[in-house]
Ligand binder design. Sequence first.
Ligand SMILES: O=C(O)CCC(=O)C(=O)O
Length: 232
Amino acid sequence: MVPLFCDVLKNSAMTEVLVDLLGADTVIQTSKLNTKAPGGGQAVEWHQDWAFYPATNDSMLAIGLMLEDVDLENGPLQVIPGSHKGPVLSHMGPNGRFCGAVDPSDPDFDLDKAVTLTGKAGSMTVHHVRMLHGSAPNTSDRARLICFYECAAADAWPLTGGSSYIHKLTQEELWQDMQERMIFGEPTLTPRMEALPVRLCLPPAPTGGSIFKTQKTGGAKSAFAKQPVAAE
Ligand SMILES: O=C(O)CCC(=O)C(=O)O
């Protein structure tokens, strides 16, 4: 991770939020800068992060740090409050492959309950790993830049999906990786198991690497337009 972004995570109000919500031993899973170009930056279709990277427990969240002002026009994040206590919805596309998005006609998807998260540059959002969320295209003439930090309690052990690179590591590399991903506290050797709904994200979308690619190549249906998400 870029040292500046890492520093923000370890030495800012974010740190307190993480301790409060995830506890004293916390890891970073991924960090990414999601950009939406002025005048047409793509939507992120509705999904639960849990569908991308289920774990042994759901003490996991994503922080969105706004690097520019985010308003209704430039593709703000939208969430459905309370959905993190509900079911894990299917994220399978029309070809029977993971598409990283829910079907907008799913009876458990209630768009009427969505709220929009806007804010000035420097504001942050926090959403639980099972919370339904998405974001509309950027229709403004300004960029939308949000840095997402996907964080977890150290005892949430990955099952598959986004973190499954760990299965390719040697035991020594895995041990190093565990240390390097600590935000604060210590790695644990005793993952916490919870009885939670899980769906594995297999078979994978034809092309992964980013949520935008997964949703496009998996054939996600759009809740923001009547048409499927356009191919690149
Ligand atoms: O960039 C966005 O608006 C949302 C990104 C997101 O939900 C994700 O990457 O999981």
